[in-house]
Design a protein around this ligand. Sequence first.
Ligand SMILES: [Ca+2]
Length: 370
Amino acid sequence: MGTRDDIGRFRLRLIGIVGGAVVLMVILLLLPRGEVPLPSPEHRVEVIARNLAVPWSIDMDHDDGIIYFTERVGRLNTIGRDGTISTIYSREVASVGEGGMLGLALDPEFKSNGYIYLYYTYSTEAGLFNRVVRLERVDDGNYREHVLLDGIPGGEVHNGGRIKFGPDGMLYITTGDAGKAELAQDVNSLAGKILRINKDGSIPEDNPFSNAVYSYGHRNPQGLAWHPTSKNLYATEHGPVANDEINLIRKGANYGWPIEVCSKAERYEKSILCYTVSIAPAGAVFADYAGNTSLFYTTLRGQHVERIIFDEDENITRIENFLTGLGRVRDVYASKDGYLYIATSNRDGRGIPIGDDDRIVRVRLTDITG
Ligand SMILES: [Ca+2]
């Protein structure tokens, strides 16, 4: 920071941003009030929630079609089948920097137990931390928190925050290095890891380090997805400046941070995809599209949804971009009835919110045309 070149670049960037904002405002002024441009019309994007405060995770109860999503400020909401949005739970969180109410997962047996899992940042005198809790419905209709995993190092940046149930029925959790890069290499720290716990919070017997750690050497992973056939786990990860990674996650493996990025050295897991121009990949999901099993993931800096098409041996055959025009996008969810649900992230402090940002939109997979 601080060299003349940096300042020059910063000014150029600023001119670019301001110029872009002016063009955008002119476009907005030409539109009917309240309307915001959507991605190119052939995608048939439908806005299902608007004026949100950084929606971070989406999940769905497939039995009744109700969508659940978090807002980073500390709210858990539902979208009913009639489109009604309700806040069903809220709590104080440390919504500072990249922290706040982040991950969300419904129990695999949600229909019978109604359990909802959350990952959020909180503040104590000792600093910022993250924890994973299970919400249980109590008699008066409110929710009670049952803490499953606590004391995950937090920070103003790099809180990870994605939680998802794997095909093994266990809960996987991405954590960031909390701004303390060296913690990622310490297998006794919960920072900079992909964690795995049983759904009651206990440690699975076959975890590699007798604690919650499943893989290590991560900087700030924010997306998890399992291949539907092989059950292989893939994760997205934000790199420093560039070097964002898509990784195939193996139990006990070291992904290199902060010693290596996009690991060129033998002793670290090599990313399956390394971005030398940063896209900041976040939420991820597998879905079938045009006859191919594909890994979809949102990109914050890239401002689109990206898709990797694999062959039968899970080698990458093609990479495609979709859905530019929404701004920053944080999470993507694939419903069983063939839609992708996508949450924007333009009010996260790094975007340029317009109109009714943030939004959750959906697009039918068959309507995505490239
Ligand atoms: Ca790495």
